[in-house]
Design a protein around this ligand. Structure first.
Ligand code: ATP
Length: 499
C-alpha cells in the first residue's frame, strides 16, 4: 500500500527522471521525515524514514546521493543502511537545494562530522562485537561523515584505563560495542580522571554487543534496543541527555554506578550465570528459575532516605518528567546545529577548571531522621536507574534519567508459586503493583547483610558482599538519546493495580 503524505507537512519536493536507468524517482521532505519513491528499486521501492534516520544528503557531479537507515521489512525491526543515488540532469540546482534542505533538517540540533571513539569488547555477550564493527557500525559512521578511532579492548578494565587518561577535547562521543559492564568501567575511569566532572560529561553511547544490554534497551526501547544499526545511528544523531550517577561506598572505597545495585536473587542470577554468556540474555531466565528452585532468603538491614514511596504519586512524577523531557527535545531539535569541529574554525575549549567529584552529603547515621528501615529476610533488593534491567524485566518503571533519585525495589520473600507468577508481565512492569514489592525513590540508601551467603552486583559487575551505601548525584553523566528520556513506556491502563 502506498504511503500517504499529508500535504500540509511537505517542506520540499524533488522528482528526477533518470534514477535506475529511465525510471522516475520522487523525493519529499516533510516536517519530520523523508519520503522516497523509486518504483523500479527491487528492495526498497518506497521509503518513509524519520529525519533522525537520515544520515546524509548531497549532490556530487550531477548525482543526488542520500544515505538513510530503513527498516529491513515490515516484520523485522532491524535497520539496514541504504544508499540512494540518482542522476539529476537538468535539475542540478534544484537537487542541490533539496539535498541541503534534507541535510539541514536531518541534523537540526545535532553536530555533524563527529569524531567518535569506538571501544569494542570482543568477549562481550555472544562474542560478535568485532563483526558488528566491520559489517554494521563502520559503514554507518562513514555514510554519516563521522570519523572514528576503534580500540579493541584486550583485558578486563581496559576501558577503565582508557577513560582515566582520556584527552577530553578529542572525541565528541564514546561508543561502546559491548554490554553494560564497559559503561560501568568508563564512568569509574572518568571518576579517576584529573578532571572527573568534565570527563563525565563526555557523551556515551552503548552499542548492544553484550548479553542484557539494559542501557541500550532503555535508550532505544524494546524494538531497537538490540539493533546495532539503530544504536550506531544514536551515536551519530542522538541528543546529549544528562543522567544521574550513584556513588557506591564500601568502607573508605568509593566507586560509581550508572545502572543497578543488586543483592539476593537478582545479583545471583546475573553474576552466577556469567559463564553462560553464549546464551545471550536467556541466561537471566535460567538464573531466575535456578533461584526459584533454591528458594533462598537474603537477610539484610536496609535503610532508605526516601523522597517518594506512594506508588500513585510516583506515577504522576514519572508522567511529569516524561512531558518535560519531550518539551526539551522539541526545543533541542528546533535549534540550529551546534558548531562543528570539522566545519568551523572558531571552536572554543570548555573551561579547564573542574569542580571535582561531588561530595557525599547523605551519609547514614544510626537513628538519623528521614531514614526508613527494613530488617528482615528478602528475596532481593534492587536499586537502579533506567526502567529495564533486561528485555524481560521492567524493574524500575518509575525511573527518570535525571530526577535525582535512585529507584529501589525491596522484594519480600515469595512462595515458589508466586515467584513463577511474577514472571508473567514482568516485562511490562506488572510486578510494580505487587503488595510484596516495596518501591521507593530515594536520594540515598544503605544495606547491611546479616550473612555472607549472597553477592553484590553493581551494574552487573561483582563487588564484595559487604555493607554498602548508595547516594545519587543528579545529572553527573551524559548519554546520547534519540528521545531525551528513556524510551520505555509503562502502560498503566493495561496493567491496573489489582483490587
Ligand atoms: N579482551 C578482553 N578479555 C577479557 N575480558 C574483557 C576484554 N575486554 C573487556 N573485557 C571485560 O568483559 C567484561 C564484560 O563486559 P560487558 O559487561 O560489557 O559485557 P556482557 O557482560 O557480555 O554484557 P551485559 O553487561 O550486557 O550483560 C567486562 O568486565 C570487561 O572488563
Amino acid at each position: 500500500m502506498a504511503v500517504a503524505i499529508d500535504p500540509a507537512t511537505k517542506v520540499k519536493e524533488l522528482s528526477v527522471n533518470s534514477q535506475h536507468g529511465t525510471a522516475p524517482a520522487e523525493f519529499v521532505l516533510t516536517d519530520t521525515s523523508l519520503y522516497v519513491k523509486r518504483p523500479k528499486d527491487p528492495k526498497f521501492p518506497e521509503i518513509l524514514a524519520p529525519l533522525r534516520h537520515v544520515l546524509w544528503a548531497e549532490t556530487v557531479d550531477g548525482t543526488l546521493e542520500i544515505s538513510v537507515v530503513v527498516k529491513k521489512s515490515k516484520k523485522k525491526a532491524a535497520l539496514a543502511l541504504v544508499h540512494i543515488s540518482g542522476k539529476v540532469e537538468g535539475k542540478e540546482e534544484e537537487a542541490k537545494s533539496f539535498a541541503d534542505a534534507v541535510l539541514e533538517a536531518a541534523y537540526r540540533g545535532v553536530k555533524k562530522y563527529k569524531h567518535i571513539l569506538v571501544l569494542v569488547n570482543p568477549i562481550a555477550g555472544p562474542g560478535k562485537s568485532r563483526q558488528h564493527l566491520v559489517k554494521k557500525i563502520q559503514p554507518i559512521l562513514k555514510a554519516a561523515r563521522c570519523t572514528h578511532e576503534d580500540i579493541i579492548t584486550t583485558h578486563y578494565k581496559h576501558a577503565w584505563e582508557i577513560a582515566r587518561e582520556l584527552p577530553l577535547d578529542k572525541y565528541d562521543v564514546i561508543a561502546t560495542v559491548s554490554g553494560d559492564g564497559i559503561i560501568h568501567e568508563i564512568l569509574n575511569g572518568f571518576a579517576e580522571h584529573t578532571q572527573p566532572v568534565r570527563a563525565m560529561q563526555t557523551p556515551l553511547c552503548p552499542i548492544p554487543g553484550g548479553s542484557a544490554n539494559a542501557l541500550s534497551l532503555n535508550l532505544l526501547g524494546l524494538e531497537e534496543g538490540f539493533d546495532i544499526s539503530a544504536a550506531t545511528v544514536n551515536a551519530v544523531k542522538g541528543l546529549p541527555m544528562n543522567v544521574d550517577v550513584c556513588s557506591v561506598t564500601q568502607g573508605d572505597k568509593r566507586f560509581f554506578s550508572f545502572m543497578t545495585q543488586a543483592i539476593g536473587l537478582m545479583a545471583e542470577l546475573d553474576l552466577g550465570t556469567e559463564h553462560l554468556r553464549f546464551m545471550g540474555d536467556n541466561r537471566f531466565v535460567y538464573g531466575y528459575l535456578r533461584g526459584l528452585l533454591r528458594h533462598k532468603a537474603c537477610p539484610v538491614k536496609v535503610s532508605i532516605k526516601a523522597g517518594q514511596s506512594d506508588k500513585q504519586q510516583m506515577l504522576e512524577h514519572l508522567r511529569a518528567g516524561e512531558a518535560a523531557a519531550a518539551q526539551r527535545v522539541v526545543a533541542a531539535r528546533g535549534a540550529p546545529a551546534p558548531v562543528v569541529v570539522g566545519e568551523a574554525a572558531d571552536v572554543t575549549d570548555p573551561p579547564s577548571t573542574d569542580p571535582g567529584l561531588p561530595p557525599l552529603v547523605h551519609r547514614y547515621e544510626p537513628g538519623a531522621e528521614g531514614w526508613l528501615e527494613f530488617d528482615r529476610p528478602l528475596l532481593y533488593l534492587f536499586g537502579g536507574k533506567g526502567p529495564l534491567v533486561a528485555r524481560d524485566l521492567l524493574q524500575f518503571p518509575m525511573s527518570l534519567p535525571d530526577d535525582g533519585y535512585v529507584d529501589i525495589v525491596v522484594q519480600e520473600r515469595l512462595t515458589r508459586k508466586e515467584m513463577l507468577k511474577a514472571m508473567d508481565g514482568a516485562e511490562v512492569g506488572k510486578t510494580y503493583w505487587m503488595d510484596s514489592q516495596h518501591y521507593f525513590k530515594a536520594v540515598a540508601y544503605r544495606v547491611e547483610p546479616h550473612n555472607r551467603d549472597s553477592c553484590l552486583s553493581v551494574d552487573g559487575e561483582g563487588y564484595p558482599f559487604e555493607p554498602f551505601e548508595v547516594e545519587v548525584h543528579k545529572g553527573l553523566a551524559t548519554l546520547l538519546s534519540p528521545y531525551g528520556v528513556y524510551n520505555v513506556k509503562f502502560s498503566v491502563p493495561d496493567i491496573k493495580k489489582p483490587k
